[in-house]
Design a protein around this ligand. Structure first.
Ligand SMILES: Nc1ncnc2c1ncn2[C@@H]1O[C@H](COP(=O)(O)OP(=O)(O)O)[C@@H](O)[C@H]1O
Ligand SMILES: [Mg+2]
Length: 258
């Protein structure tokens, strides 16, 4: 799937230290638009720290490029505005808002200018709000969240749909690079298939998708390429079929458990 053009997101030598612990050690990888990069590795390997490093949510060494421009020094919110966003292992949304309102908030988040305009010109507000509602409903429906759920609060919908919602809200009005942390955690069966469909849909839209996932059947099916992290370092990188028979990878997963 990956085109031979320049990567949309490239990270080089990312290192994260928590006190004396080096959680991520000189990590480098890249991902193109319209590509799904899978990241796997044992618990505590440094996968989530890698996402925190890319989005500048923790102090780190190394470099990050988005669309060919170095963005290493930019704060998290500016990266988000440029279309580089992440989801978290735990669900994160406004519990007191409906799904539709959550989606509106997510879409307005990156459009502070239009929000400012609607506040400055109150007579335009209702029209702006109607447009925002329609766009938010469209966003939810497009990614597989049924109309029936739009008026509910996140706590009142099925857990599998909550996992979908986290990804959809991170995408918002259109992310360019999405870092998705264990989307299928705690799900299975039909919910996992809906998540797979969502990730493939994002790839089709040209998003650079990076996904951490423990469900091997899911990641091996949808990822174009896989990076294996172990003890903060890159242990292997390659096509899913190659990773599945890589000796070092099998050792990291199976040898240690034995
Ligand atoms: N905020 C933190 N402070 C101190 N240590 C942390 C922090 N976050 C993660 N760690 C440690 O860093 C290592 C990597 O954690 P993490 O990136 O969450 O791994 P993974 O997502 O692969 O399970 C682990 O040893 C973890 O305990
Ligand atoms: Mg993690």
């Amino acid at each position: 799937m990956a085109e031979a053009h320049q990567p949309l997101l490239r990270v080089e030598n990312l290192t994260v230290r928590y006190g004396a612990l080096t959680a991520l050690n000189e990590m480098s990888w890249q991902v193109a638009g319209g590509e799904i990069l899978g990241i796997i590795g044992p618990n505590g390997a440094g996968k989530s720290s890698c996402f925190a490093a890319v989005t500048h949510a923790v102090p780190r060494d190394g470099h990050v490029w988005l669309d060919g421009a170095e963005v290493t020094g930019l704060p998290t919110y500016q990266l988000a505005r440029l279309g580089l966003r992440r989801t978290f292992q735990q669900n994160a949304f406004f519990g007191e808002l409906t799904l539709l309102e959550n989606a509106m908030a997510a879409m307005l988040r990156e459009h502070s200018t239009s929000l400012t305009r609607s506040i400055a010109l109150p007579w335009q507000e209702s029209r702006t709000r109607r447009n925002a509602e329609a766009a938010a409903a469209d966003l939810l429906s497009t990614f597989g969240i049924a109309n029936d759920d739009h008026g509910k609060r996140p706590g009142d919908i099925a857990y599998g749909t909550q996992r979908l919602l986290s990804v959809v809200l991170a995408y918002g009005s259109g992310a360019r690079a999405l870092l998705i942390d264990e989307p299928a955690a705690g799900t299975g069966g039909a919910d996992m298939q809906r998540l797979a469909d969502l990730l493939v849909n994002l790839r089709k839209r040209g998003v650079a998708v990076v996904v951490i996932e423990h469900h091997m059947d899911l990641i091996m099916t949808i990822a174009d390429r896989i990076v294996v992290i172990d003890q903060g370092r890159k242990l292997a990188e390659g096509a899913p079929a190659d990773i599945q028979r890589n000796e070092a990878v099998l050792e990291a997963y199976l040898g240690r458990a034995a």
